[in-house]
Design a protein around this ligand. Structure first.
Ligand code: ADP
Length: 444
């Protein structure tokens, strides 16, 4: 079977199909069919005419079948290319979406890491006044976990109407508001800053909280320290001034009186020197500049050394100073010089606050947790119960001892020295009966 030439093929199949298509289209349009229906009828008619023309020309289905298979191939190729392109586009789109999601996750991770490292509290609120973000510092300030805070209302988180008011004002005025607020429940002093975030679609604003409690406490301690030092300096300086005035006004011409006044001035200068030395030592210990060299020491030797240094002083005042006979404590790890200083300070106080005829005993016994407990016990005037928790503070003196010698720094130095040995110091006392000062040191 030979294939028809091109003009013949044109005349026999395509031309009739084209004419049929035109006629069908015109008829369909005249019949008022919709556009899709017109197209369908036209294409079907043209197809039928074309198929029958092919049959006429070849008397076989072969050309139709080959046309059909060529058509399928063409459609297949197009579909393949189309699917491949579509798949590629989809892949790109997915990669882009994944990149965006990753970038979002990275940004959220970075934000959380930054917020977790900030010492100040950061709270981000969304429009309906609920907590959207609360960093760990903010949650800690209000006694919660960061996770617990999210979703709470502001008042439920901060439990202080003044902070909520500050926040509401910043929202109403669209302006940053700040205030220093002292919480009633625990005395914390907070510097709060409320910032509206009008540019954000998700957040209404932010609350920044800076805890000033420690800074204020330090400020106060510094002020107290200056006022205490001034107070301690004033008394001996005033005495020295009065004594030198008396000497100038004529006492110099009376040698025995002059010697007496000079001896008094010497005492005041000694007291001042002692005060300055104690202050300097305290400052060295507090700033970690006082070296502690721990060695294995025998507690009995430490007690004996302190005893021999203070025995004469005690005897002069008519007080019996003894070392306990049952000192069976194991060796401790300590800087012997510093621990003897602690014992001497405690015995010195005991002598100061024990009337003549009294007794002071020093001892050391092993106690639990591999520690040795030292004790200086006296039969002196004792310490009022309300003063006991405060006697280790710098410059603290009980009212009964206000007028006596001493700067109120001795016990504070003892506490620092014992702490530097990983030990603990405390006192027990019954007013009018006597006091016991204890401290512990780790066994070697
Ligand atoms: P000071 O140098 O003034 O003695 P301390 O810090 O050593 O300062 O002591 C603080 C205060 O503790 C003393 O002023 C005194 O009121 C009280 N105190 C210390 N030891 C004794 C003690 N053994 N008996 C009674 N009171 C004591």
């Amino acid at each position: 079977m030979s294939s028809p030439s091109a003009p013949k093929f044109w005349r026999q199949s395509l031309l009739p199909a084209g004419v049929a298509a035109l006629c069908t289209w015109a008829l369909a349009a005249w019949a008022g069919l919709r556009l899709e229906a017109q197209a369908l009828v036209t294409l079907s008619t043209a197809g039928l005419v074309y198929a029958s023309a092919l049959w006429q020309a070849h008397r076989s289905w072969q050309p139709l079948l080959s046309l059909w298979s060529r058509l399928q191939q063409a459609i297949g190729q197009r579909e393949e290319t189309y699917s491949a392109n579509l798949a590629q586009d989809l892949m790109h789109l997915l990669q882009h979406v994944e990149h965006l999601a990753q970038a979002r996750r990275d940004a959220a991770g970075q934000l959380n890491a930054i917020l977790a490292q900030i010492n100040d509290g950061v709270v981000v609120m969304n429009s309906p006044k609920t907590v959207q973000i609360c960093n760990p510092s903010a949650a800690r300030l209000f006694g919660l976990d960061a996770g617990q805070a999210v979703g709470l209302s502001l008042i439920a988180l901060v439990r202080d109407y003044r902070i909520v008011k500050l926040w509401e004002e910043s929202q109403a005025q669209h302006a940053r508001q700040q205030a220093e607020i002292q919480l009633g429940r625990n005395g914390q002093i907070l510097h709060c800053i409320a910032v509206p975030m009008s540019h954000s679609s998700q957040a209404a604003g932010m609350l920044l909280i800076h805890d000033l409690t420690h800074a204020r406490r330090l400020e106060r301690a510094r002020k107290d320290m200056i006022s205490n030092i001034s107070h301690e300096l004033r008394t001996p300086l005033a005495s020295i001034k009065a004594l030198s005035d008396t000497l100038q006004e004529g006492a110099l011409d009376d040698p025995p009186a002059a010697r007496h006044f000079l001896a008094l001035m010497q005492d005041e200068v000694d007291a001042l020197t002692q005060l300055v030395a104690e202050l300097m030592q305290l400052s060295r210990i507090e700033s970690g500049r006082e070296p502690i060299q721990k060695r294995v020491c025998d507690p009995a030797t430490l007690l004996e050394t302190a005893h021999s240094r203070m025995e004469i002083q005690a005897r002069r005042k008519g007080i019996a100073l003894t070392v306990s006979a049952q000192c069976n404590a194991p060796p401790v790890l300590a800087d012997a010089e510093r621990i003897v200083q602690v014992l001497v300070n405690l015995v010195h106080n005991a002598i100061k606050f024990t009337p003549a005829g009294g007794r002071i005993e020093i001892s050391a016994v092993p106690v639990e947790r591999q520690m040795v407990r030292f004790c200086v016990a006296d039969t002196g005037i004792g310490i009022p119960a309300e003063a006991l928790p405060r006697i280790f503070e710098r410059f603290y003196k009980t009212d009964a001892s206000r007028s006596r010698e001493g700067s109120g720094l001795g016990l504070s130095i003892c506490r620092h020295l014992v702490n530097a040995h990983s030990g603990k110091i405390w006192a027990e006392s019954v007013e009018g009966k006597g006091s016991q000062f204890y401290f512990t040191l780790p066994q070697a």
